[in-house]
Design a protein around this ligand. Structure first.
Ligand SMILES: *[C@@H]1O[C@H](CO)[C@@H](O)[C@H](O)[C@H]1NC(C)=O
Ligand SMILES: *[C@@H]1O[C@H](CO)[C@@H](O)[C@H](O)[C@H]1NC(C)=O
Ligand SMILES: *[C@@H]1O[C@H](CO)[C@@H](O)[C@H](O)[C@H]1NC(C)=O
Length: 464
């Protein structure tokens, strides 16, 4: 683009005299990536199929079922998700949306031998997890919303209440037994959470906790996991409703001396958006968020609403850049048409499915920024830009152009002359579609970034 910018410069005085608005605005924009500026290491991107949503996939007739799995997990044709967040049940039955427990009956006391029951299904999540393993998903997060009711102060797994002190060891054993069923089924659980939105009491499974209570349980859970040969399972806490609540409860965990036994600090974004780094010692994960109310939309850049795909690209961008997150998870991957909201990435009924652009917003990151990638500093360009170095040496540069003008963007990574480069585009008419790039001899890579679009450049490592 050096030639055209020279022409622009040469004609500028004349055009400026005539009318400033005639100056072409699609000038070449330069983005520079600085590999010496390193930020967080990424763990990946994912979603949940809790509340029996996994059954929607299990029950879908072939060949659609496999096609849907490809859209979620394939790293060559789909979103390439690498994190699956499973709901660990606490309810004695599977009525409506309930997630059933592996210990439906009270053994009589906290030290009595429990009677565990494994149905081999776990509301479809066991099968879904086994399929995900085949696609290379490597982060499996088991997350309990509550302990079974008989372990709690309100004798109910719903409507809040908290874990009774004397049941801490029994609850730890219970969580470990659940994980063991998955490990025995070939699903390597890597993360475990024992709370969900502990600042909120709901009419579905819910359990309240403050930081001190969470710390007291972590001090029992961590050694129990280690004793069960599960030292590879990291404890995630605390799935707060929002960022402010997450800061509060994590503060309590730290002041109660359990920080060292934690692996990941997590939060949702419902009551407070991801605005600051939660921890400077552990990865922060945004583990659940969705537009719960907006009417179902598959648009990328429609009215700029909470369900638009481009809004979701920006949600992920903001959490990564402002809150230092290493993982970003959607709430439901799939959900039935009722409620007809944007709570899900994919709408799915008994015979068909429909994919929203929110999924392709995730794909732009998930497909190009693989687990283990390190975020790098960038400068230049009036876009929402992030860059990452993958474990294989490739550099992904993710550019969201929320503006109304297309641009030709040239990306240079200091010190890198890539062997090759590819780029991917999502906008109103493309779903992670391959586009053309030009590699200059100095190693910079140029391509088009349309208005209201997200484009990801991936520069392969330098030739050996
Ligand atoms: C893509 O998925 C396959 C499994 O289907 C896995 O072997 C491979 O490592 C994955 N590639 C990347 C870059 O994650
Ligand atoms: C411990 O767990 C690892 C997997 O994390 C497994 O390979 C090993 O066989 C287990 N050892 C025992 C004694 O169960
Ligand atoms: C960002 O997170 C990493 C852990 O993933 C941590 O080491 C680092 O200190 C965090 N940065 C800030 C500014 O908190």
């Amino acid at each position: 683009m050096h030639i055209s910018s020279t022409l622009v410069a040469a004609t500028l005085p004349l055009m400026a005299l005539a009318s400033p608005s005639l100056i072409p605005r699609q000038a070449s924009t330069k983005i520079t990536v600085d590999p010496s500026k390193k930020y967080q290491t990424m763990d990946g991107f994912g979603f949940s199929a809790a509340f029996q949503r996994a059954n929607l996939i299990v029950n879908l007739p072939e060949p659609k079922r496999t096609a849907l799995l490809d859209i979620l997990f394939s790293n060559t044709t789909g979103a390439g998700f690498t994190i699956l967040r499973n709901g660990l049940g606490s309810t004695p039955n599977s009525n409506s949306d309930y997630m059933n427990t592996i210990e439906p009956t009270n053994p009589g006391s906290a030290t009595a031998t429990p009677k565990y029951v494994w149905d081999g299904k776990d509301s479809g999540q066991f099968w879904l997890s086994q399929q995900a393993v085949k696609y290379g998903v490597n982060t499996f997060y088991s997350n309990a919303w509550s302990a079974p009711g008989f372990m709690k102060t309100n004798n109910n797994d719903m409507n809040g209440g908290s874990l009774r002190d004397e049941w801490k060891q029994a609850y730890a054993n219970y969580l470990i037994q659940y994980i063991q069923y998955y490990i025995d089924g070939g699903v390597p659980i890597t993360h475990l959470g024992f709370l969900n939105e502990p600042d909120l009491s709901t009419s579905y499974a819910s359990m309240l906790s403050n930081g001190q209570q969470a710390a007291a349980f972590i001090k029992v859970l961590r050694p129990s996991l280690d004793a069960a040969n599960m030292s590879q399972v990291g404890i995630v806490c605390c799935e707060s409703t929002g960022w402010g609540q997450a800061g509060n409860i994590y503060g309590g965990i730290k002041s109660s001396g359990a920080d060292g036994q934690l692996a990941v600090v997590s939060s949702h974004e419902y009551t407070g958006r991801a605005g600051n780094s939660l921890s400077n010692t552990h990865p922060s994960w945004q583990t659940e968020y969705a537009d719960l109310n907006g009417g179902w939309t598959t648009s990328w850049a429609g009215n700029g609403g909470a369900g638009d795909g481009m809004t979701w690209a920006s949600n992920i961008y903001n959490a990564i850049t402002r809150a230092n997150v290493s993982a970003y998870l959607a709430w439901e991957g799939v959900q039935a048409p009722n409620p007809n909201t944007n709570e899900k990435l994919i709408k799915c009924d008994a015979s068909n499915y429909e994919v929203s652009k929110r999924l392709w917003a995730f794909a732009q990151y998930s497909r190009t920024v693989r687990p283990g990638a390190v975020r790098l500093g960038t400068s230049g360009g009036n876009f929402q830009t992030t860059a990452f170095q993958n474990v294989d040496g490739s550099v992904a540069v993710n550019i969201i152009n929320t503006g109304g003008s297309a641009a030709t963007v040239s990306v240079g990574v200091t010190g890198l002359v890539p062997a090759s480069a590819v780029s991917w585009l999502t906008d109103n008419s493309h779903d992670f579609t391959s586009t053309t790039l030009t590699v200059a001899t100095d190693g910079s890579v140029s391509g088009s970034v349309p208005a209201r679009a997200m484009v990801s450049f991936v520069l392969a490592a330098a030739a050996a």
